[in-house]
Design a protein around this ligand. Sequence first.
Ligand code: AMP
Ligand code: MG
Length: 445
Amino acid sequence: MKALADIAAELAGYDPQAMRAESVNAFLAELVEPITGKQEVTIFQALGRVLAADIVSPISVPPHDNSAMDGYAFDGAQLLPDTALRLKVIGTALAGKAWQGTVLPGECVKIMTGAVMPSGLNTVVPQEFVSTAADFITLAPNIVQTGENRRALGEDLMQGQPALLKGELLTPAALGLVASLGIKNVAVFRQLKVAYFSTGNEILSLGESAREGSVYDSNRYTVFGLLTRLGCEVIDMGVVRDEPTALRTAFEQAALQADAIITSGGVSVGEADYTKTMMKELGDVAFWRIAMRPGRPMAVGKISKAKSASDARPASAASYQSDSKKDPEAILFGLPGNPVAVMVTFLAFVRPALLRMMGCQASAPPMLKAHSLEAIRKKPGRTEYQRGIVSRTADGRLIVKTTGSQGSGVLSSMVQANGLIVLAHAQGNVAAGDLVDVMMFDGVV
Ligand code: AMP
Ligand code: MG
């Protein structure tokens, strides 16, 4: 793993006091590495996991030419323009029960969807397009062309071709595709382990009675949801008091068990607490001010497992995974405390970095462009993420309005929104009707 100073030296225009959103992503892409641990799982266990090896088709799908319709199979060479065709029905081909035999010119075979095409035949006329009389059918002129309504061998997947590639996220469609090849088990990367804790003396755990000036911990739950959606194994470490021993133990335990550690709170400039001190002491950590809104302060770095292991209790040593021995450091994402800032920095920076660690090739959530219903004030020189509600007008245009109050603590705005309006670093004010970029939440938030 590269040292932070080396990454900083290579990154053009690196300025920890004024990081651009793109520079944060570029830095993190250098910092994090894909995990190496793999495991074999059944298709039922594979949803949302990342493929650890290419899957090459052992068979062709479909394995034979077959009919796409219920109808009559015949040799299309007999079709002439503007001419009706009369054929004798000499048999029936069913799905799972092929018709064996020779079909001569002037003859056809009644065929069902999915049935193997009798040899020498290349065309199917749907049954509703023919008139029947005794053993004969008649096709009206120009009703079908040669090759129609036939599915060709291998038109989905050809034997020997890669069907899915290493790094692909296994979606419901991918599970079906794997099964269509007759494959039961797949090699996936092991789940990424991510430990999370909230910091701050004012933060209450659920069940605790309120103290003066206290607020309930919400970050723990949004982060839990975001990590779970991403397919990570979440190690919930609760709320940690702003006290050196408690923080040290939390960081050490987290580093031992996890590939990545996420914290919230205690990283802003002028925070009179021990969180930053402990991060500095236990790891190689950079403290940034990011030119963005919400979510300006953020700490990023690595916490050594070796240092942590030396004084950790034996109980925790059991969770020291064999393959994490090769990664002697856990990546640290020290997020700001404000609930909306936590979600925004997670989506903008942590999510892509974790996906890279998971070995995944897929990246950003879908972005679309929508017309802003209102004017938005925006200062050039920082990236802004406003909560937006996207909808479609009757004539099919996409429009977006903001959720109103954009305070970085207004979590209800994240619930109302279905996406984030992303206003780029250099962009100025938005006029009503202008097109803006929106990062959609679907499947993510
Ligand atoms: P900080 O980044 O520690 O200065 O926190 C910024 C704001 O976010 C403060 O108002 C905190 O009370 C609030 N905050 C910090 N952590 C949490 C949390 N886990 N849940 C809810 N609010 C929080
Ligand atoms: Mg604080």
